[in-house]
Design a binder for this molecule. Structure first.
Ligand SMILES: NC(=O)C1=CN([C@@H]2O[C@H](COP(=O)(O)OP(=O)(O)OC[C@H]3O[C@@H](n4cnc5c(N)ncnc54)[C@H](OP(=O)(O)O)[C@@H]3O)[C@@H](O)[C@H]2O)C=CC1
Ligand SMILES: CC(=O)[C@@H](O)[C@H](O)COP(=O)(O)O
Ligand SMILES: [Mn+2]
Length: 399
């Protein structure tokens, strides 16, 4: 019955999260349907998905109608252009759940529009909470929007939290694969190429998050994400390296019990759960085969070889404007590294430098955050083009 289908708006439909989400919907076409798809510039791929899923609306935020072939989309599909159109499109009452698969701070405004419209959010875009965690979580409380994590660690924690009362939680333990350089020496890491850094041992993801995993900035961003999503003090969050990516994270309760969620690394499971919660349905994600011998290893993270991780704890503790500045600096640094214009160890160095130079404000507005985002990107670009890597200018906008 089409009336009882779960109706989904999917932002970032052409990316890694987007295509996994479409696989979930394809496997459950009797109970799920797509109302909205968005992409930035990959219009051919979006058109293929539109032909299969027949959403009411598609939005392309990074190209214009004149860039797209005439009749590329089925005639029943409304084709819109630009971010403002996307912000309106997520609000339509028919959409129940919005899956946020846009990469980077570019995902913030779409997520916020969906939160303001009181939607269920399947939150993959962790940068939304890194940049504006306080504003977004407050807004969700006001509108009744439920933020269901899609990020695998946070989905695991969300599931494990169901085993006890919030006031009885003593610690959240985020697992990290350790990335491709987990066992590399600092000297070898300093020589890492783009191809080395893109070679993630356990997850197949988009390029930005894959580089973040290699620096462990991904875990830093996830510490900040957890701080806002679960309303917990940064000092109650711990990171442990777990190379198999089977234990997706854990919650320790005051009595010493540790509850974990386990499954083979596959994003379809947390995406599906965000759509079906509080129900569980059979899916296409592989199941853990415990009939075979396998081991689960855990080791402490090495903050000297992976200095980005410390930034996550510092920023999660500070709140305010620290997250937007760290995130913007990191987005520029990752982009420059992918263009071979920055070395791997310069990524966290750049981030720390821009963060240290900004004028901290504890309670910024959305406009102030967006202004600081622009400032931090400019300063990060300036840093990458200066041979001496001098300190950023002290012209950070005051909030
Ligand atoms: N991949 C994964 O397994 C996981 C991802 N996440 C998070 O999910 C988010 C998406 O990651 P991932 O799927 O890997 O990323 P991808 O790079 O694979 O996909 C990014 C998507 O965002 C769109 N996009 C890119 N830039 C913009 C922009 N400026 N405005 C609007 N849309 C844009 C792209 O469209 P186009 O194709 O047209 O460029 C594409 O659809 C990230 O925040 C990541 O941290 C979290 C956990 C796991
Ligand atoms: C799948 C997912 O959630 C990613 O964020 C993943 O966790 C990245 O792996 P790392 O643990 O190497 O950062
Ligand atoms: Mn993750």
């Amino acid at each position: 019955m089409s009336d009882s289908k779960k109706r989904i708006g999917l932002l970032g439909a052409t990316g890694s999260i987007g295509t996994s989400c479409l696989e979930v919907v394809r496997a459950h076409s009797e109970s799920m349907s797509i109302d909205l798809l968005s992409a930035h510039s990959s219009w051919r791929e979006l058109a293929r998905s539109a032909a299969e899923f027949l959403p009411q609306t598609v939005v392309l935020t990074g190209v214009q109608a004149s860039d797209v072939a005439a009749n590329a989309f089925p005639s029943s599909v409304e084709v819109l252009y630009g971010e403002e159109a996307l912000l309106k499109a997520v609000e339509v009452p028919e959409i129940e759940t919005v899956i946020t698969g846009i990469v980077g701070a570019a995902g913030l405004r779409g997520t916020l529009a969906a939160v303001e419209a009181g939607k269920r959010i399947g939150l993959a875009n962790k940068e939304t909470l890194v940049v504006a965690g306080s504003l977004v979580t407050q807004k969700a409380v006001e509108t009744g929007s439920v933020l269901i994590p899609v990020d695998s660690e946070h989905s695991a924690i969300f599931q494990a939290l169901a085993c006890g009362k919030r006031e009885d939680v003593s610690k959240l333990i985020l697992t990290a694969s350790g990335g491709p350089f987990r066992s590399w020496s600092a000297e070898k890491i300093a020589q890492a190429t783009v191809a080395n850094a893109l070679d993630h041992p356990t997850w197949d993801m988009g390029p930005k998050i894959t580089i973040d995993s290699a620096t462990m900035m991904n875990k830093a961003l996830e510490v900040i994400e957890a701080r806002w999503l679960f309303g917990i003090n940064a000092r109650q969050i711990e990171v442990v390296v777990h190379p198999q990516s089977i234990v997706h994270s854990m919650v320790e309760f005051v009595d010493g019990s540790v509850m974990a969620q386990l499954s083979p690394p596959d994003m379809k499971l947390p995406i599906q759960y965000a759509i079906t919660w509080p129900d569980r349905i059979a899916g296409t994600s592989p199941k853990l085969d415990i009939s075979q011998t396998f081991s689960l290893d855990f080791e402490p993270p090495d903050l000297e070889r992976f200095p980005a991780l410390a930034l996550g704890f510092e920023v999660a503790d500070q709140g305010g404007t620290a997250g937007v500045v760290l995130n913007a600096a990191n987005e520029v640094a990752v982009d420059r590294f992918l263009q071979d214009q920055l070395t791997f160890p310069e990524i966290p160095r750049l981030c720390r430098s821009i963060l240290a130079s900004h004028q901290f404000e504890s309670n910024p507005t959305l406009d102030e955050l967006l202004t600081l985002d622009g400032w931090a990107r400019q300063e990060a670009l300036r840093w990458t083009s200066s041979t001496s890597h001098s300190s950023p200018s002290l012209t950070a906008p005051r909030c």
